[in-house]
Design a protein around this ligand. Structure first.
Ligand code: CTP
Length: 401
């Protein structure tokens, strides 16, 4: 983990989704945080104090009027925590937060809190869409509260719609993002070019050959670099991902288009993060304007695409080229290391794509950053944003030399 353990208040309010707060608590603890749970009185009807106190290692705070609460810690001390997460957050609690009402320990702690606050609403879909709730949540967002929007799905009341609390794993992703976002601006003045996604090699006007890369790693790199003050351009090959303000995006489709844009931009950058999964083959006889008809058999002739990153003259000329190698099989790490040399890269990021829990289409990755001098770094399974920061730590060391 890049961040050190934080002091976190987990507020649990009276919703059936309170059982998910148990899992969230477990995840936060295993991420190295010290967690104090505050329950509203009605939440104890869903999950008892004993569960939260056993898992958190602290007595659970409930009563606002005990002076020093039962947990031996006042609302002011609780509010000096680094972070507060209210999950699940009911319409009632959201409304009181917006109105500044403080009639229980969680709400008094919230008002005294000066660190970041997350709410993960959970309620019936009609309640969620009620104008009062929407106005209250908008008020909280305007004041800087991080709203982890509820999802669409089966609701505890038997209906289907919006209002289902986000899953604990996803709440953890948001918390980790916030903790890693507060980075020093140590890449200010550095121009970073990121390629992301999977190229498409056209067979005809409607069909193409591609691969499973979603672009998440490249987008995480771009966001992390931007948060650290770099000037960032992303060349995005078919990525259906959220764009961030302050980052320039150029969309491309094929490996030839990616190569063309990259060749124009490369000279002006300091660092190229080549995370795009470029197709190795393209169809030699693309029917670009039509659609192939169905026949008993067709033969496609595939020819290699050019090795884009190898052909860019850079590394050592004040420009750092970082490659990415997603490898399978027994000698995977050696193959990645060979690419470091053959493609004339300043470093290469290896990940094992034989594992289903990391890499393609996943929010997480486990990587090894291979360096020419053997000063490699292994990053244990972490979110792609955290992996991105570790890669950028190495990039920063290299550009400073
Ligand atoms: N790459 C590239 N152009 C290609 C293929 C790959 O620039 N035509 C880049 C990738 O973006 C990545 C690095 O080279 O940064 C390694 O990609 P990989 O697909 O592992 O390399 P290949 O040379 O295609 O090797 P393999 O035969 O194992 O696919």
């Amino acid at each position: 983990m890049q961040h050190s353990g934080k002091n976190i208040v987990l507020g649990v309010t009276g919703s059936i989704a309170a059982y998910k707060a148990v899992e969230l608590l477990r995840l936060l603890k295993s991420d190295g945080h010290d967690v104090h749970v505050i329950q509203t009185p009605s939440s104890a009807r869903f999950v008892g104090e004993a569960t939260f106190s056993a898992l958190s290692g602290h007595a659970v705070a409930v009563d606002a009027f005990a002076g020093e609460s039962a947990a031996g810690i006042s609302h002011i001390e609780l509010a000096r925590s680094d972070l507060m997460i209210i999950a699940p957050a009911t319409a009632n609690t959201i409304g009181k937060m917006a109105a500044g009402i403080a009639d229980n320990l969680l709400l008094t702690s919230y008002l005294a809190m000066d660190g970041p606050v997350f709410v993960a609403p959970a309620m019936n879909q009609y309640m969620w869409h009620h104008v009062a709730v929407q106005e209250n949540i908008a008020t909280l967002e305007r004041r800087g509260v991080h709203n982890i929007r509820p999802k669409t799905g089966n609701l505890a009341c038997g209906e289907f719609g919006d209002g289902r609390m986000e899953e604990p794993e996803q709440i953890l992703v948001r918390v980790r993002e916030l903790l890693t976002a507060n980075q020093p601006a140590d890449l200010e003045g550095v121009d970073i070019l990121v390629t992301a996604g999977a190229t498409r090699e056209l067979i005809d006007a409607v069909r193409f050959i591609t691969n499973r890369s979603s672009g998440r790693m490249g987008f995480a790199l771009a966001k992390a670099a931007r948060d650290r003050g770099a000037s960032v351009t992303v060349i995005a090959a078919n990525c259906a991902l959220e764009h961030h303000p302050g980052i320039r995006y150029i969309d491309v489709q094929t490996s030839a288009e990616l190569q063309e844009v990259l060749e124009q931009k490369f000279d002006k950058c300091n660092v190229l993060l080549m995370s795009a999964a470029v197709a190795d083959y393209k169809v030699s006889t693309t029917t670009a304007t039509g659609k192939l008809e169905r026949k008993s058999e067709i033969h496609l002739r595939l020819v290699p695409t050019s090795d884009i990153v190898s052909n860019l003259k850079g590394n050592g000329n004040g420009r750092l080229k970082v490659g990415f190698a997603a490898e399978f099989g027994a000698d995977k790490i050696e193959r990645a290391r060979r690419k470091l040399e053959e493609k004339n890269l300043g470093m290469i990021v290896f990940n094992d794509v034989s594992r289903a829990d990391i890499g393609f289409e996943s929010e997480e990755n486990e990587i090894t950053i291979l360096m020419p001098d053997g000063n490699d770094e292994f990053v244990e399974k972490a979110t792609k944003l955290e992996c991105a920061h570790r890669i950028l730590d190495k990039v920063r060391e290299s550009v400073r030399q």
